[in-house]
Design a protein around this ligand. Sequence first.
Ligand code: PEP
Ligand code: MG
Length: 291
Amino acid sequence: APLVRTVPRTARIRRADGGELRLSANVGSEADARAAVAAGAAGVGLVRTELAFTGRSALPDEDEQVSWLSAVLAACPDGPVVVRTVDLGGDKPVPGLRLDPVRHGFLGERGLRLCLARPALFATHLRAVLRAAAVRPIELMFPFVTEPAELAAARAALRSAAASLRADRTPHAEPTAVGIMVEIPTAALRPAPFLPDVDFVSVGSNDLVQYLTAADRTVPEVAAVYRAGEALVPELVAGLVAAAAPVGVPVAVCGDLAGDPEYAALLQAAGVAELSMAAPLLAGVRAALAD
Ligand code: PEP
Ligand code: MG
């Protein structure tokens, strides 16, 4: 059963269809979590756990990941908090892993693909996330999912991490919900095969636009075609909502478009349940949607 959630009223906007739109924050540090509280965020739609891995020379061990994530979670606002499993590779190099820029680049083994290819790294990470979840309830989200078999494998890894913690009698908590990021066109264009196995989906517009336009999100020379492709996102999100709503799966957006006032209005019209953005953008989006 879902937990009772206390959400600041100011952060909720009534949707045209009567549903509530949650305005949440993206968080990558304790300071971000405090900024989310100060900005009146209704929750956290994305905790970027890879920030526990970057900015250091060695990989964090399980205890180090637990202490990083516990501190972030303790500082988060009330309301749902979505922790994303570690999203490495692509534009997110990791000193501790020495990832090849092509094999682990934007079209390579990154995100969930990398975690599934390194079961020990993933198991340690999942144990750390479940241990940190003892601080407060979390929802869990897998990034960069291309096909349903990956989701099934990730769920199996999650079950064995929980089983190993039970066997160790280590304090932990299982997520109250499990979802995926929709940031690869396969999932955005044909979401149906994923829906029976998720409690929610969250659209990563940054990567989705990159793969729709074949324009690298970090290369300024192709920024104009990348931006032109953003116009496709509200339409795809509306299609996603049309597929997901009948089976009771809420659709969130946690990519940068969620924090753009004009796109936020279009995404609201498309029927999203949550927009999650950098905390400083919340006030502008709230004002735009209140109009
Ligand atoms: C996205 O791709 O839109 C997203 C939210 O994830 P990231 O920017 O971390 O890839
Ligand atoms: Mg992404």
